[in-house]
Design a binder for this molecule. Structure first.
Ligand code: GDP
Ligand code: IMO
Ligand code: MG
Length: 432
């Protein structure tokens, strides 16, 4: 049995798409278990660049069954557009399985996401405005609409009617936005129904059977540990569980199904949207922050927003090791740091004269935490062609060793460029 989970160890955009695509070669199933089209996973494979939002990153391989689990929120319009785009690109999506229990993002969710952000003004979360938060809110309030509701127009009508009683009131009276009619939403969603229903499956059953048959299942996280609703920098988080436990609840497998938990982190760190960020660097001309933004191409895959950049934060990654039970670290974008004279790594925080080696539990301390850095020498060499650890310059090997000692888990995979080949596999036994 082999259940492998990959989660972001930072604030997202760590390179989950690239690493999932790379490892999917060895897998039978790739399962998305949370989030929605707030995710943007970029894959560079065989000279092609794919940007995926809802479809699991194993889609390039004909032997993979891509699966969307119950923990995902699906905007059916976006999903169908993404499938059409992939088909037009010559890829096939007919193997895609979609959980009958996944919740649907409805048009009012998108409206409410934007409206609530506008109302928050300077205090906005900086969401992707894709309706993610409002859809999970309805799921928790037990008034969500699920994929299986698309199988029965009568039930779908009843559920939309029930939802609109409240949603229209809020849209009109709180936000001054137009109301929806049941008929317009019903017509739109029934238009998506047959194509979505054709992929509907009992995902928990499918995945458990696969694991019992000794097939390999890869659980592809979206977002990252610090965006987790429970364990992230609340309220500047997303509304799902991107941590490893989410792989179980979001797909319907037990914790014993998971054999290995990979945490992925950039060799520095980025964040999109608002919220505290102790190691953030200013991005003015000539600064290291600007260097990382440009060298790393740090602009969002989903919204195009410039990502905030900073030095690697060892406290955050150590925290990710703990809350996810990481067995391995994957470090990406090591190539981006080439040519820097020296590199800082945050090893602890300081607040009001006290040192914090672990993430402070009180959010207000984290907001004001000052990073304590250790400085490491940089390397002045192009490492994007390195394929083994020994080919890396000594300073780059020492940098990885330093991150490994801080996290107390091995760095098993290192990425030195966006394409699939630009990877150093240190501790990954290929399936024969
Ligand atoms: P994800 O959301 O975690 O899948 O990450 P994104 O795709 O949003 O952002 C990661 C970006 O970095 C993408 O443009 C990748 O193609 C790129 N990338 C991934 N690994 C590397 C690497 O090792 N080096 C460089 N230079 N780019 C990388
Ligand atoms: P991938 O999977 C980076 C951030 C948003 C915002 C917060 C809440 O590509 O790593 P939401 O729309 O989810 O309610 O927004 O979460 N966010 C991400 N940041 N990468 C992502 O996904 C993200 N998905 C959401 O910017 O700060
Ligand atoms: Mg991304």
């Amino acid at each position: 049995m082999a259940g492998i989970v990959l989660v972001g160890a930072q604030w997202g955009d760590e390179g989950k798409g690239k690493i999932t695509d790379l490892l999917a070669d060895d897998m039978d199933y790739v399962v998305r278990f949370q989030g929605g089209n707030n995710a943007g996973h970029t894959i560079v494979h065989g000279g092609r660049v794919l940007k995926l939002h809802l479809i699991p990153s194993g889609i390039m391989y004909p032997h993979i069954t891509p699966v969307i689990g119950n923990g995902v929120v699906i905007d059916p319009k976006v999903l169908l557009e993404e499938m059409d785009r992939l088909e037009a690109d010559g890829l096939t999506t007919h193997r895609l399985l979609i959980s009958c229990n996944a919740h649907l993002i409805m048009p009012y969710h998108r409206d409410l996401d934007g409206a609530s952000e506008r109302r928050l003004g300077d205090n906005e979360i900086g969401t992707t405005r894709r309706g993610i938060g409002p859809a999970y809110q309805d799921k928790a309030s037990r008034m969500g609409i699920r994929v299986q509701d698309l199988t029965d127009e009568h039930i779908l009508r009843k559920k939309i009617e029930a939802a609109l009683v409240e949603k229209n009131d809020v849209l009109v009276k709180v936000y001054g936005l137009p109301a929806y009619t049941v008929d317009e939403i019903l017509e739109e969603y029934m238009g998506y129904a047959s194509r979505i229903v054709a992929h509907m499956a009992d995902v928990s059953d499918v995945v458990n059977r696969a694991l019992r048959a000794d097939q390999w299942v890869f659980f592809e996280g979206a977002q990252g540990t610090l965006l987790d609703l429970d364990h992230g920098t609340y309220p500047f988080v997303t509304s799902s569980s991107p941590t490893a436990g989410g792989a179980c609840t979001g797909s319907g497998v037990g914790p014993k199904a998971i054999d290995r938990v990979l945490g992925i982190a950039k060799a520095y760190i980025t964040r999109v949207g608002s919220g505290p960020f102790p190691t953030e660097l200013p991005s003015d001309p000539g600064s290291v922050g600007e260097f990382l933004t440009n060298r790393g191409g740090e602009f969002g895959t989903t919204t195009g927003r410039q990502r905030r950049c900073g030095w690697y934060d060892g406290v955050i990654v150590r925290y990710a090791v703990q809350v996810n039970g990481l067995t391995d670290l994957v470090i990406t974008k090591l190539d981006v740091l080439s040519d820097l004279e020296s590199i800082q790594v945050c090893v602890a925080y300081e607040y009001e004269g006290r040192r914090y080696n672990e993430l402070p539990c009180r959010q207000s301390i984290f907001h004001h935490a000052r990073p304590i850095y250790e400085e490491l020498p940089g390397w002045n060499a192009d490492i994007s062609g390195c394929r083994t650890f020994d080919e890396l310059p000594k300073e780059a090997r020492d940098y990885i060793g330093f991150l490994e000692d801080l996290a107390e888990v091995p760095v098993s995979i290192i990425a030195v460029g966006p394409s699939r080949e630009q990877t150093i596999m240190r501790r990954w036994e290929r399936r024969l």
